[in-house]
Design a protein around this ligand. Structure first.
Ligand code: HEM
Length: 469
């Protein structure tokens, strides 16, 4: 499969484009001062390598530093980032890159904004105007892996590119589980936890949202080309599939890698499920698209599961108007209680932003009760499960359990609450800026409750009283 790197003539073209880009950047009144005193040859060399990887050259060919390491000390502002983006678009245009390809490239560039602009220092004045010379370090595999790429060209499609500059990077779960650092005892979870949760567990190494958009669009058109498969996407538009992939990615819980190997199952409403042969053929098409796009084979089961889980949600929403999405303005404890009750759960409204949810069936799919907290300001729902712990628990015993649990389910946020009686707690946050898909909420609540109760097997010292709070 050709890549954009091949399409535009490989390294010689990259060099011309990058040189031209820095020529413009150095005389630009807004950002020129960053580049005045640099070893430009080294910088150009790294930038050529970087751009080549973005456009599809193997990631190991990048020998520069991690982007955050090179840029965060510089205190670059959002406005400066945008200016560099504008210069890059100009250079690409002048260099003969097509508008569609520029949009693709800029989709990837926008995705790395946080690597360039250090949000933790946004309130500080810009002090450093003479950056240190580019260090020439040997490549680290971690750096090479983190560059979002476009890679192999997917089948061209006239309406592939709809990104705009405010679009957020999608959260595509990667092969790497979040680093299992020792878990500190915390007392509460906040919206910052949510952002960290997203960052730690969903690194966009596979090209993020622009890449996923291309993939699901390609899947849609390939399935629709096959008369015997076409009904799979009945009443569904590619725009809706793409929007749902973007908005609801967090509603599919990241699981341990081995649990993706058990095959793929339809999870749409029973009334619209298709024959097994049709479903398997759709999966086969998706697998081929992912492999052609350069995804390593061992990562395909996980990505297929996550993409298909949301496509199955989209199919359900488009074909059954009873199963809906709660609009973000309508999210309230009352409305969420109704959603849970439809899922056959009992609810108690504890306060205007807190619901207690439990299952009337012992040993059923929701083995442990949990709370749902609404944070209207940050438009986030947080699922929280709390188990009572023996008064006599030692910090070591609690630390052991928390670490084991974190390794078992890195996506959940485990912590202890020692305020009154000691508690063992897990939380998981979901954005509701684009609404709450009712069916996915019920599913993820079930996985959350089950995963939390699974971690009780790590309670070697029997510190848990296993009583829900
Ligand atoms: C838009 C996305 C950007 C990309 C993809 C990018 C890429 C890179 C790369 C690959 C390097 C070489 C890193 C190394 O080997 O150490 C680099 C260095 C550098 N970039 Fe960027 N950059 C971006 C945005 C910016 C912006 C917005 C600015 C300033 C306004 C900037 C200023 C610099 C400077 C000053 C260096 C040299 C740092 C040093 O030597 O300490 N970059 N950039």
């Amino acid at each position: 499969m050709p890549t954009l790197y091949d399409k535009y003539g490989g390294t010689p073209t990259m060099k011309i484009l990058v040189r031209e880009f820095y020529k413009q950047a150095r005389v630009n009144p807004k950002v020129g001062h960053y580049f005045n005193k640099l070893d430009m040859e080294k910088l150009i060399d790294h930038q050529v390598q970087f751009l080549s990887v973005v456009l599809g050259k193997p990631a190991k060919t990048y020998t520069g530093r991690e982007l955050a390491d090179a840029h965060h000390p510089l205190n670059i502002s959002d406005a400066e980032f945008d200016e560099i983006g504008r210069l890059l678009v100009n250079t690409l245009k002048t260099g003969g890159v097509t508008i569609d390809d520029i949009k693709l490239i800029m989709g990837v560039v926008l995705e790395i904004r946080d690597e360039i602009v250090d949000r933790t220092k946004q309130s500080l004045p810009q002090v450093q105007t003479q950056p240190a010379p580019v260090a020439n370090k040997s490549p680290s595999p971690a750096v090479a892996k983190q560059i979002p790429t476009i890679g192999a060209l997917a089948k061209p499609s006239p309406s592939t590119h709809t990104e705009n500059s405010t679009e957020k990077a999608n959260s595509i779960p990667t092969a790497e589980p979040a680093a299992s650092t020792p878990v500190q005892a915390q007392t509460n979870s906040t919206s910052t936890d949510f952002k960290q949760q997203q960052k730690a567990t969903f690194k966009p190494i596979f090209g993020g949202l622009p890449r996923i958009k291309m993939i699901v669009r390609d899947l849609y058109s390939q399935v629709n080309e096959e008369p015997e498969l076409r009904h799979y996407f009945l009443n569904v538009t590619p725009e809706k599939i793409i929007a749902d992939q973007e908005h609801f990615a967090s509603y599919v819980l990241r699981k341990a890698d081995h649990s993706y190997l058990g095959g793929f199952f339809q999870s749409s409403d029973l009334s619209i499920q298709v024959g097994a042969v049709v479903f398997n053929e759709v999966i086969d098409i998706l697998r081929k698209i992912l492999l052609n796009a350069g995804l390593p084979e061992h990562d395909t089961p996980r990505l297929i599961t996550h993409i298909m889980e949301i496509i199955e949600e989209t199919r359900t929403q488009c074909n059954d108007n009873k199963i809906g999405v709660l609009k973000s303005v309508d999210v309230s404890v009352e409305a969420l209680s109704k959603v849970y009750q439809k899922g056959k759960l009992d609810t108690i409204i504890k306060s205007p932003d807190l619901i207690y949810v439990s299952s009337p069936f012992k040993g059923g799919p929701y083995p442990f009760p949990f709370f749902t907290q609404i944070d209207s300001e940050n438009q986030t729902l947080t699922l929280i499960a709390k188990a009572a712990v023996k008064e006599s628990v030692t910090p070591e015993e609690m630390g052991y359990l928390l670490n084991e649990a974190k390794q078992y389910a890195p996506i959940l946020n485990f912590y202890s609450d020692m305020d009154d009686a000691p508690l063992y707690v897990a939380s998981y946050s979901l954005p509701f800026e684009f609404g709450v898909p009712n069916r996915l909420l019920i599913k993820i609540a079930q996985q959350f409750s089950k995963t939390f109760s699974d971690t009780f097997t790590y309670d070697a010292e029997e510190i848990l009283l296993k009583v829900a709070l």
